[in-house]
Design a protein around this ligand. Structure first.
Ligand SMILES: Nc1ncnc2c1ncn2[C@@H]1O[C@H](COP(=O)(O)OP(=O)(O)OP(=O)(O)O)[C@@H](O)[C@H]1O
Ligand SMILES: [Mg+2]
Length: 171
């Protein structure tokens, strides 16, 4: 039903050399979002998932300093040009817990959602999403692997890649 499988969609790889660069990538995704997008973020402790989400918030017109890991609440929403739902599943012990706070309804909403530690909730995330894996290469260097699972997220990703390319030319 969901069209082509994950395997058939190409991964894009972006390099980030600083916290700011990861933030700016997130902001590009925020600017190009149209609503209904879901990002599954994967990466070790300190990889930069929250930095990315703070940038995403800024790109949606939300004060990024308000965005922190919703460690104790699991889920936090912010009002911007589009609403942002920020989820952190790090402390999730049992996938059944998420149904108790209605995660699915948030993720199906009109806003943009970003889920840190998405690998802990793989079974309950929408099939249509953007997978972002942050690989730590060195102290400040990250390789960011991005893959869409459906055409809508693929179009978003293409728009963001074009935005980033334009921005590089301007710099
Ligand atoms: N290229 C980079 N991109 C992102 N963060 C970087 C980079 N280089 C260094 N950092 C630092 O790495 C840390 C990333 O922290 P962040 O809270 O975003 O990680 P996280 O993946 O959300 O971790 P957690 O799993 O604990 O939620 C920050 O201290 C940031 O300054
Ligand atoms: Mg985090």
């Amino acid at each position: 039903m969901s069209g082509r499988s994950l395997k058939e969609r190409p991964s894009r790889f972006l390099k980030s050399g600083s916290r700011e660069e990861t933030f700016n990538m997130g902001a590009a995704f925020g600017r190009e979002a149209r609503g209904g997008e879901v990002i599954a973020l994967i990466g070790e402790l300190g990889a930069g998932k929250t930095q990315f989400v703070q940038g995403l918030a800024e790109g949606l017109g939300i004060d990024s300093t308000e965005v922190n890991s919703p460690t104790f609440t699991l889920i936090q929403t912010y009002e911007g040009r589009l609403p942002l739902t920020h989820v952190d599943l790090y402390r999730l012990e049992n996938p059944d817990e998420v149904s108790s706070f209605g995660l699915e309804e948030y993720l199906e909403g009109e806003g943009v959602s970003a889920v840190e530690w998405a690998n802990k909730g793989a079974g309950i995330l929408p099939k249509e999403r953007l997978m972002i894996t942050i690989h730590v290469l060195e102290a400040d260097t990250r390789e960011i692997e991005i893959q869409a699972t459906d055409q809508r997220h693929e179009s978003w990703l293409a728009a963001v890649m074009a935005f980033i390319a334009r921005h590089k030319e301007d710099a």
